[in-house]
Design a protein around this ligand. Structure first.
Ligand code: NAD
Length: 523
């Protein structure tokens, strides 16, 4: 029996409400044993060549290709996603990430020759990328397969053992059991702990060498506080409230389709989904009219289809119970404060099957304008000038993603630079996430650190800096004993080298003096 009070005990289908299975009941001793296994695995992983680690990761890619339907079935059962959402952002993306890192890892993780300043002439400088040890990955429920696999394989490629605590809403327990059995992936190199929040917190207290956290700002702060107590380094990939700015020179048809996808894909359960839309006044009525008309045509999992998520469904279900309540609260708050409901709204209280909802006439005191909704809602605002649009878009505690739509690419770049966010697109939205070569992450309340890209490997490394020097009889200028003569040489070197203009002859004279004193001097 568990001696921990885990926060959720059952996993339900958001589509049918049916209980799928119970969460595992971890006690402290179970968690210690998992952490010990990871620590025992770590030297084995570290001793493997990168090529051997890449071969292990490739087994996951082969597994994904061979078991696509089983994977989709499990993801859809626990999240309620539409099939295309599940396929594109979990199955396809994992294949792409693995394919890219198979090519990128050898270059990024190779020992690097570094430059040295003239004062260290004769020495060599290197940077070695070594594993940190055991990495703990904590993940949310919106992309439960992708968010577990991607940071885990990056940490593994860098030579670490990994312990993952997936969301208690979507642990995908049957999928992990099948994957680790059937793929042939190195046993226990990545261990998945299908427990609740308390299991996550207790694992952190067992001092992994790094915590990589993806989730809400609220939990991110708790994780950082726990890590701070023991100086465990932590990456925080947190929430967002992405703005998207549409200027009046756009191709309206394409931009409407792009914005609609950016707002409603994955039923809006995206950290970088568009939640705030700023449209220039001169095209406002036409643009918003088309956006609303097209949004009304989207096929949702509601109503009458709520026992299954059809293959052709555009908008799947909302995964977590508490998220349904939060989205409803934001919709009610907006209506009560005078927002204009253009489509959607609450059709059936408490239902996980929600209709895409668009408001305009929104004001800054509404939750849809300021707090992360994480659902299929879009708040629209009108702007006149570029400056006004930038000011409105930046008026947020979040800084995850954003986008600018315009035919004038110079203006697009100017506005993209002015947005205080970690990820930005011009004439698209959140597609940065589909490029594993790009680092991803937020600023302000949206997080600390970068994930994917080269940084996504380096974040799991001890970047060891190395100086190599041959044995000799030289006593260096800055070593003991300190003498008046050495002080004068140091002064001469400093002023001749850094002064303007640089004085090479005095510099070389002082360098030679330093060398000859060093060879003669004995303490
Ligand atoms: P959450 O913060 O509630 O939970 C995330 C994970 O943290 C879960 O596994 C949970 O069990 C665990 N957890 C909760 N309390 C804990 C504690 N005290 N100690 C240790 N672990 C604990 O987030 P969620 O509701 O699952 O996910 C939605 C949030 O994730 C949204 O805010 C969304 O924007 C964000 N998100 C961010 C990114 C990104 O890359 N920036 C990506 C996806 C989702």
């Amino acid at each position: 029996m568990s001696d921990l009070n885990t926060s959720a005990t059952i996993v339900k289908s958001p589509i049918t409400g049916q209980i799928l299975y119970e969460l595992e009941d971890y006690g402290i001793e179970d968690l210690k044993s998992i952490m010990n296994t990871a620590r025992q695995m770590q030297p084995i992983i570290r001793a493997m060549s990168l090529d051997e680690r890449i071969k292990e990761v490739d087994k996951i890619l082969r597994y994904v290709l061979a078991h696509k339907e089983f994977i989709l079935e499990n993801i859809i059962a626990e999240t309620g996603k539409s099939r295309t959402d599940a396929y594109a952002s979990e199955v396809f993306e994992i294949c792409d990430v693995i394919d890219v890192y198979k090519k990128m890892a050898p270059k990024v993780l190779a020992d690097a020759k570094m430059k040295i300043p003239i004062f260290l002439m004769g020495k060599k400088a290197r940077q070695w990328k070594e594993p940190l040890g055991t990495v703990m990955v904590i993940t949310p429920w919106n992309f439960p397969f992708y968010q577990v696999i991607v940071p885990s394989i990056l940490a593994f490629l860098a030579g670490n053992a990994v312990v993952v605590k997936p969301s208690e809403w979507t642990p995908l327990k049957p999928l992990w059991e099948h994957l680790f059995k059937e793929s042939g992936f190195l046993k226990d190199a990545i261990q998945v702990v299908c427990g609740g929040k308390t299991a996550g917190a207790e694992l952190i207290k067992l001092r992994p060498n790094k915590v990589h956290f993806t989730g809400s700002v609220r939990t991110g702060k708790k994780i950082m506080a726990l890590c701070a107590e023991q100086l465990t380094p932590v990456d925080l990939e947190l929430g967002g409230k992405d703005p998207s700015i549409v200027f009046d020179d756009v191709n309206i048809d394409r931009t409407v389709n792009g914005v609609m996808w950016g707002a409603f894909t994955n039923a809006g359960q995206n950290c970088t989904g568009i939640e705030r839309l700023y449209v220039q006044d001169t095209i406002y009525d036409k643009f918003v009219g088309e956006l609303v008309a097209k949004t009304k045509l989207l096929k949702t999992s509601h109503p009458g289809r709520n026992t299954q998520v059809a293959d052709d469904c555009d908008i799947g279900a909302i995964t977590a119970d508490f998220q349904v309540a939060l989205i409803e609260d934001h919709i009610e708050d907006a209506i009560q404060k005078g927002a204009n409901l253009l489509c959607g709204g609450i059709k059936e209280k408490g239902s996980h099957h929600m209709i895409p909802t668009i408001f305009d006439n929104c004001t800054q005191d509404m939750k849809v304008a300021t707090e992360e909704t994480f659902g299929p809602t879009l708040a629209i605002f009108k702007f006149k000038t570029e400056e006004e649009a930038i000011q409105m878009a930046n008026n947020s505690p979040y800084g995850l993603g954003g986008s600018v739509w315009t035919s004038d690419l110079k203006r697009g770049e100017r506005v993209a630079r002015a947005l205080v966010v970690g990820n930005v697109c011009i004439n698209n939205h959140m597609i940065n996430e589909a490029n594993p070569y790009l680092p991803f992450g937020g600023i302000k309340d949206s997080g600390i650190g970068r994930f994917k890209g080269e940084e996504g490997l380096l974040t799991f490394c001890n970047l060891k800096s190395v100086i190599i020097e041959k044995q000799s009889d030289l006593i260096e200028l800055q070593w003991y004993p300190f003498t008046k003569e050495k002080g004068e040489i140091l002064e001469g070197l400093t002023t001749s080298y850094f002064g303007k203009p640089r004085k090479w002859i005095p510099f070389l004279k002082n360098a030679l003096k330093s060398d000859s004193i060093g060879k003669k001097q004995k303490l």
